[in-house]
Write a protein of this length. Structure first.
Lengths: 194, 194
DNA sequence: TGTACATCAGTGAACGCGCGTTCACTGATGTAC
DNA sequence: TGTACATCAGTGAACGCGCGTTCACTGATGTAC
């Protein structure tokens, strides 16, 4: 049962999309090839007609997830981004949340090729966040970049730490709220003195 | 070949200690029971004389790792702690680094019992960091706690994000340096306005 | 436009492998006398 | 203090299982005429 070219493309895209979600929910080792294919409505045997290996799909799914996050960020301002990022909804739904927050720990133990995808994703996200700042001044640009790197790490840390706490634990919510207030405060305040 | 009571205790402690390191280096799914036992100089069959299951050891190894971090923090002040935490040495040696930074992502997908160990570890670390502040004032105490939660999340995020980048990538170092400067700046400055 | 045939995405059984866990056995330890 | 024996940490083979990957096969698609 061969299938139209359009169908092939669509199937492949669906595999990547489902993988992107499932990996975020359960980690790279937490989902098998068979389950991934089943989630896309296919059987596992056809997997290698689309991808060289599971690691291959991991890289592609990460790229997709990171691109999606970037796209979601493009339209809103930094304050809205932070409010949404540091919400309980985001923390409790890793599957359609930030790929960095969900998979950074896993990425650290993956081959360089996957780490490269993450680094590119971070740079891309930074470019979008910085773009709200339209200055021409070089030192102001550097300042804006540093601020955004800092904000990103701060936000990722809050989500990651909050997710490591038991469901409904007060500490999990406290981490989120404290960090949200702090990050928003910093964004409002002038550059920190050196 | 039975073994003295002291030897039994020592063997068990060695298993937990090695597990604590290996899990931090390669994640909970990245190390098997056989390898864990071999690292402790034993064969895999005896594992279940010491632990009910691998998950059991995971919880104990996490507790050990978190307790160790707390102990290491007890003697030094917050600035020294931050400088050490956000160093390339720490980033590049997860095996004897912070358990939170190394395993938070994994913990998020583990049973509640392990998440509880993490939450307890976070509280313990907070207690130590807050203790440098010796005020009696209730609102100042709350302020100190919030600051330390914030600092911890910030620092964890920086390490986790930096580790997801390729080895020797400029971005990995940039993240570390930017966050270190920022965190130290905040610790020096007065409480952020609300 | 209609026919004949090569292509190749998808199927499902099978592969070897490493995992967590169980088990019968060993033999020095530690206890009872 | 010396002897006899029960205990149980440690061994290494074996278990079932699910994993990533391979393979012979299918049959509609898309191409060549």
């Amino acid at each position: 049962m061969k299938v139209t070219k359009a169908q092939v493309q669509e199937n492949r895209a669906r595999i990547v999309a489902m993988a992107s979600v499932l990996f975020r929910e359960r980690g790279y080792d937490g989902v098998g090839v068979a389950e991934l294919m089943a989630a896309a409505g296919l059987t596992h045997g056809g997997f290698y007609k689309h991808f060289k290996s599971k690691a291959d799909l991991m890289a592609e799914a990460a790229a997709e997830g990171l691109a999606q996050s970037a796209a979601n960020t493009a339209d809103i301002d930094v304050v809205a981004f932070v409010n949404q990022y540091l919400s309980r909804q985001h923390r409790d739904a890793p599957g359609d949340g930030c790929t960095m927050a969900a998979l950074c720990g896993d990425a650290a133990r993956q081959p360089e090729s996957i780490k490269a995808v993450f680094a590119a994703g971070i740079e891309r996200q930074l470019a979008i966040l910085e773009s709200s700042n339209e200055t021409e001044d070089e030192s102001a640009k550097r300042e804006a970049r540093a601020r955004m790197i800092d904000t990103m790490a701060h936000a990722v840390g809050a989500i990651v730490l909050s997710r490591a706490c038991p469901d409904d634990s007060p500490l999990a919510d406290e981490i989120l709220e404290v960090c949200r207030a702090q990050i928003l405060g910093q964004l409002r305040s002038p550059p920190a003195p050196i």
